[in-house]
Write a protein that binds this ligand. Structure first.
Ligand SMILES: [Zn+2]
Length: 323
């Protein structure tokens, strides 16, 4: 399929180890993948921090778990960060000025699960952009509580494969990161009988089950992760050419995570680490500890396990493209 047609441009690869040869997109194949009404552009990526992304092929703008607010909540902040502290019992709040400076438009928002660092800004962004939101029933119930109209909302459970105008997405069942030294487990769900009144408290943004997405653009198929976990049999056979790999520290408590992830996804030509940062810090704070703890060992492991893979290390808000 598209696996040999990759070329990366932009500033995001500053920390990456590049391995393998990349060939430019062949003109004939480029023509074959575009229809007359559609533009044929590289895939544009911007990392929004945590598990958040803006991805566009020039035809559709897809946001994934967009959370620019990066509130200091539930501990884990930085002493030099003089923004207010939020407890989990506090009302959720979005930094709309910051969001407006980062996000202009969106056609789709894919939400991996309902936790605050994934869904917290989606009520505002969905209202602002009118984007269609795809997520669990729990996610949809939270957005309904915020008054997002039903025709923007798609509740999914995993297994759906939806064709939209110029974009298709397969919903992949997932599991959440093994937080709390593997003691985390939350089976709560919201459904149509749940009474929710916005604004919610931060703690009311419950997981509600976890998903991955195979987002299909003209030139590329991107498999997304919102957690440091996955179900191997659900990834097998998808063969994305770009993998957004969740690589924060909790993955180290899982059996042979990096190898199983690369193997089950068919050793993707491009792997982009996601959810690796300290998401309670503002954008302009150093992420050096997380770079050293999460990124560098992962890049080295990928270089050993999958020498044909290029790892792109994203920098907050710095766009890059994959041809
Ligand atoms: Zn979560």
């Amino acid at each position: 399929m598209l696996r040999s047609l990759l070329l990366i441009t932009g500033t995001a690869a500053a920390f990456s180890l590049t391995v393998g040869e990349l060939a430019p997109l062949h003109a004939q194949e480029a023509a074959a993948t575009s229809s007359s009404a559609r533009v044929d552009e590289p895939l544009h990526f911007t990392y929004l921090g945590a598990a958040g992304w803006r991805i566009s092929d020039g035809n559709v703008v897809v946001l994934i778990d967009p959370w620019p607010s990066r509130l200091k909540y539930g501990g884990g902040g930085h002493p030099d960060d003089d923004r207010p502290d939020f407890a989990r019992t506090d009302l959720a709040w979005s930094d709309t000025t910051l969001i407006d400076s980062v996000i202009d438009e969106a056609d789709f928002i894919l939400v991996h699960h309902g936790h605050f660092d994934h869904l917290g800004d989606v009520p505002y962004i969905a209202r602002k952009t009118g984007a269609k939101v795809i997520g669990t029933e729990t996610t949809v119930m939270i957005l309904r509580a915020y008054g997002i109209p039903d025709d923007q909302l798609y509740a999914v459970g995993g297994g759906e494969d939806y064709q939209f105008d110029g974009f298709s997405v397969r919903v992949v069942p997932g599991i959440h990161s093994a937080l709390g030294e593997k003691h985390y487990h939350d089976s709560r769900r919201y459904d149509r009988t749940t009474q929710l009144e916005a604004p919610l408290r931060i703690e009311q943004f419950i997981e509600g089950g976890s998903l991955s997405f195979l987002a299909r653009f003209d030139r590329h198929e991107v498999l997304t992760m919102g957690s440091m976990n996955f179900i191997e049999r659900e990834f097998e056979g998808l063969e994305p050419d770009i993998l957004l790999a969740g690589i924060n520290g909790s993955r180290l408590g899982l059996y042979d995570f990096d190898r199983r992830l690369l193997e089950s996804t068919g050793f993707p030509p491009i792997v982009i680490p996601t959810h690796w940062d300290n998401f309670r810090l503002p954008y302009d704070f150093s992420q050096q500890p997380n770079i050293e703890r999460n990124l560098i060992p992962f890049i080295e492991t990928v270089g050993t396990l999958s020498p044909g893979t290029t790892v792109i290390t994203p920098i907050h808000l710095e766009p890059f493209t994959v041809r």
